[in-house]
Ligand binder design. Structure first.
Ligand code: SF4
Length: 197
């Protein structure tokens, strides 16, 4: 996911997947936007899609979602100036649920709120965009992990967290300011460790 300057300045929206990377590590998101193309090989580019939409639909039906399921849905939030493709949207009565597959990730609900909050923020950002796109109330944010399925209700505090991160992301992009490097266990696996330090 390398964003060209014209994408950023003319299109006016950032990918929700970039918000996820920003929450993971702001400096990582900076490199994705301003780094050299040869540096950019994201995890998803390396692995590709590891499930089918039939499989996803089957899981959601098993979980009791009986509404109309749309897969690989383009969503946009004018308010957040974010957009992207979510794995699934379920329209059920006056609600819209979103589902994201993270089949390579193992996590408890507690870890999803802390160490892996970038996944949760991404899911909630899709939910906010789905609310705007479908003009329905957000129901569940469904995260399908390797070993379990976690449903999250869209608490106001989670919405505020998404809004705050989005503002910080836009500030970084518009000012082209590189966030400080913070050494952590994430750096050990990071493709940018030789650029950062
Ligand atoms: S090396 Fe560490 S600080 Fe630098 S982008 Fe990667 S995770 Fe972030």
């Amino acid at each position: 996911m390398l964003l060209s300057r014209s994408y950023r300045l003319e299109k006016g929206y950032l990918p929700i997947s970039l918000l996820k990377e920003f929450v993971y590590c702001p400096r990582y998101a900076y490199w994705l936007v301003f780094g050299r193309p040869k540096d950019i090989i994201t995890e998803s580019m390396r692995i590709g899609k590891d499930y089918t939409y039939d499989e996803l639909t089957h899981i959601l039906r098993e979980e009791g979602y009986l509404g109309r399921i749309h897969t690989n849905v383009f969503l946009r939030s004018e308010k957040l100036r974010l957009e992207g493709y979510v794995d699934a949207v379920i329209e059920q009565d006056s609600y819209v649920h979103i589902a994201e597959m993270k089949k390579l990730t193992q996590a408890s609900k507690r870890i999803l709120w802390k160490k892996k909050s970038h996944i949760l923020v991404q899911g909630m950002a899709y939910a906010i965009a789905a609310e705007e796109t479908f003009k329905k109330t957000i129901g569940d944010v469904v995260i399908i992990l390797k070993d379990k399925i976690i449903r999250v209700k869209p608490k106001p505090s989670l919405r505020i967290t998404v809004e705050n991160y989005t503002k910080q992301l836009w500030d970084m992009i518009e000012k082209e300011e590189i966030p400080p490097a913070k050494r952590s266990s994430k750096c050990y696996y990071c493709q940018f460790r030789n650029v950062c330090f």
